[in-house]
Design a protein around this ligand. Structure first.
Ligand SMILES: *[C@@H]1O[C@H](CO)[C@@H](O)[C@H](O)[C@H]1NC(C)=O
Ligand SMILES: *[C@@H]1O[C@H](CO)[C@@H](O)[C@H](O)[C@H]1NC(C)=O
Ligand SMILES: *[C@@H]1O[C@H](CO)[C@@H](O)[C@H](O)[C@H]1NC(C)=O
Ligand SMILES: *[C@@H]1O[C@H](CO)[C@@H](O)[C@H](O)[C@H]1NC(C)=O
Ligand SMILES: *[C@@H]1O[C@H](CO)[C@@H](O)[C@H](O)[C@H]1NC(C)=O
Length: 542
């Protein structure tokens, strides 16, 4: 017994002594060279080790571990070897290197992590290696590296990234840019993809700035009202929106709030079976034309004193039975609007403004169940394109002498079109024509006729709406049964490519608004809420 007690006491004494030493001087710890390693005074080499020895002498200046079987390097793994100048971790099974793995190594100059299974790493992995001159990550499976990975490595002279699987997409843009301006010598690294970039040297990848700045549509405001259409109008330097809200029998006028950056209600025009709602600003006066299934159509005029729209006129509508769309337009200094009638018994009717109101002016296109009209100037002359359920779209031309629209031609091969919208690409007139189920189409005016440009598979599409944001041409195809698809025009390919999806329940219209240096897309819904999306730039290289 006494012998054991003495032993214990001695052991305690030894421990205390060591602790004192450790505190007072940078110290001689006692360590045993692990079985897989060969140790000398200032270096350790381990082969086939299943762990990283932590307690080797803190004087060593080189540590090599090869053919090891450990999968990761944890934070501050080498902090007990502060004088390390060289660390070689080749041919281990490393796949994970944690942030700050090499912290506490201010003198490390050479770091080799070659022939492992590293796919990527976090950006603070090499934090604190301010003396590092040589770094090799050769022969791993690296596809991408995080931005600024090398930013604290102020002494770096040589970097080896050969034998990896770099994807030269937007996420590698920073590395490509860094390689172009870095002072370190970097052996040639090649792209593994994507597509035609495979085999290209990273340094030779052309500038990707444009392709890496993209945009997204983010929900900005939700209006708790269903609606069939949203029409923007500008009146006395303010922006307004007229929403047709059939289920609550009204036409809602909203005002854009430049401070709150959203729409707020201004006035509700109550009606009976309201189906359409369009604004017209004529000689400085704001009007709203409201079409209804019953009780005819009415024109309301804005009264600044009451700050609301008051009934101005009941328009003669005896030939209209199912109004579907209203198109308001000027020809010269005369104002017109057309009510498109979608019943077999009705007539699309053109109204003309005189001092006292709108009066029927011309009946168009009998018995054809019209769906939509678009007013457009073609070859310098006013035209109306009229789509219908039972016929291909027809084109009317304005006749100067008779002061009437005259049937001019048709757009063959496109039956059953629900909406027609015009837009320009590089100065050429295009039409976007929505087909409910089948293919919606974009056609281009050649100077003689319309020729097809592209088809868009449609699953319950009530609208194919073109719009322009920040010089990009977009098209959004509504869908009653899925996501609505946003397409963007690709100048190189000269066609629209799929860009984003937005979800709107039974979308009925999309309206673009650019104001306060921001871009918005208003989506009306027949069954759900009206949504305002903001179109925001996203740098996908970050
Ligand atoms: C490492 O392992 C490989 C294959 O298992 C073997 O060929 C090589 O000789 C080993 N290297 C060392 C230094 O033991
Ligand atoms: C990388 O960072 C993320 C987020 O900070 C963290 O969840 C993850 O565990 C880190 N991975 C490594 C290997 O350190
Ligand atoms: C490269 O070296 C030059 C000259 O010493 C220096 O001005 C420049 O900042 C260095 N570039 C980087 C990225 O360190
Ligand atoms: C349109 O309505 C007017 C007035 O009710 C009527 O006189 C005229 O015959 C109608 N026109 C057509 C083409 O039905
Ligand atoms: C406007 O047109 C209507 C119908 O044709 C007519 O009754 C009215 O007198 C006209 N008003 C003016 C000021 O021309």
């Amino acid at each position: 017994r006494p012998a054991i007690m003495i032993y214990v006491d001695n052991w305690r004494w030894v421990t205390l002594f060591l602790l004192c030493l450790a505190r007072s001087a940078p110290a001689k710890r006692i360590f045993r060279c692990p079985a897989e390693c060969t140790c000398s005074k200032d270096s350790v080499i381990c082969v086939g080790s299943s762990f990283i020895p932590r307690t080797v002498s803190n004087d060593i200046n080189s540590l090599s571990i090869v053919n090891g079987t450990f999968p990761e390097i944890k934070e501050a793994t080498f902090s007990l070897m502060p004088s390390l100048q060289l660390l070689l971790l080749n041919s281990n099974s490393l796949s994970v290197i944690k942030d700050d793995a090499f912290s506490g190594l201010p003198h490390l100059e050479y770091l080799f992590i070659e022939g492992n299974k590293i796919g990527t790493m976090n950006k603070s992995v090499f934090r604190g290696l301010r003396d590092l001159t040589h770094l090799s990550l050769a022969n791993n499976n690296i596809k991408l590296l995080p931005k600024d990975l090398f930013s604290g490595l102020d002494s770096l002279i040589e970097l080896d990234l050969r034998g990896n699987m770099f994807e030269c997409d937007c996420q590698t843009k920073w590395l490509i840019d860094w390689l172009k301006r870095s002072n370190a010598t970097v052996s040639d690294v090649y792209c593994n993809g994507p597509g035609e970039k495979k085999g290209l040297r990273l340094k030779d990848v052309p500038d990707q700035h444009a392709e890496c700045i993209t945009t997204d549509f983010v929900l900005h405001q939700t209006l708790s009202t269903q609606s069939m259409s949203a029409e923007l109008f500008f009146y006395k330097e303010d922006i307004y929106m007229a929403l047709a809200v059939p289920n609550s029998e009204n036409c809602l006028v909203m005002e854009w709030d430049h401070i709150e950056i959203n729409f707020r209600p201004l006035d509700t025009i109550t009606g009976r079976s309201v189906v359409g709602c369009r604004a017209a600003v004529i000689h400085g006066q704001a009007y709203v034309i409201v079409t209804q299934l019953f009780d005819g159509s009415h024109v309301y005029r804005y009264d600044p004193k009451q700050n609301k729209y008051v009934k101005f006129q009941a328009v003669e509508a005896s030939n209209i039975s199912k109004p579907n769309d209203i198109e308001v337009f000027p020809i010269g200094d005369e104002w017109f609007f057309l009510v498109v009638d979608s019943s077999k018994a009705g007539l699309s009717t053109l109204y003309k403004w005189n001092e006292t109101g709108f009066y029927p002016y011309q009946y168009l296109h009998e018995w054809f169940r019209d769906t939509d009209a678009e007013f457009v100037t073609m070859e310098g002359k006013p035209h109306l394109i009229l789509a219908s359920r039972s016929q291909v779209p027809v084109i009317y031309q304005w006749n100067k002498h008779s002061q009437k629209f005259v049937l001019h031609s048709e757009i063959p091969n496109y039956d059953d079109i629900v909406t027609v919208k015009t837009f320009q690409i590089n100065g050429a007139l295009h039409l976007a024509m929505a087909c409910y189920i089948g293919d919606s189409k974009v056609v281009r005016w050649t100077g003689k006729q319309f020729e097809e440009v592209q088809a868009f598979p449609s699953r319950g599409a009530m609208v194919l709406q073109p719009f322009v944001f920040k010089e990009h041409q977009y098209l959004v195809l509504g869908s009653d049964y899925s996501f609505s698809q946003v397409y963007r025009y690709d100048e190189k390919k000269q066609e629209f490519s799929k860009f984003r999806e937005v979800y709107v329940q039974w979308p009925r219209s999309f309206t673009a608004l650019s104001t306060d240096r921001r871009d918005f897309l208003i989506a009306t819904s027949f069954k759900g809420k009206t949504k305002v999306f903001e179109h925001i730039p996203v740098d996908s290289s970050l």
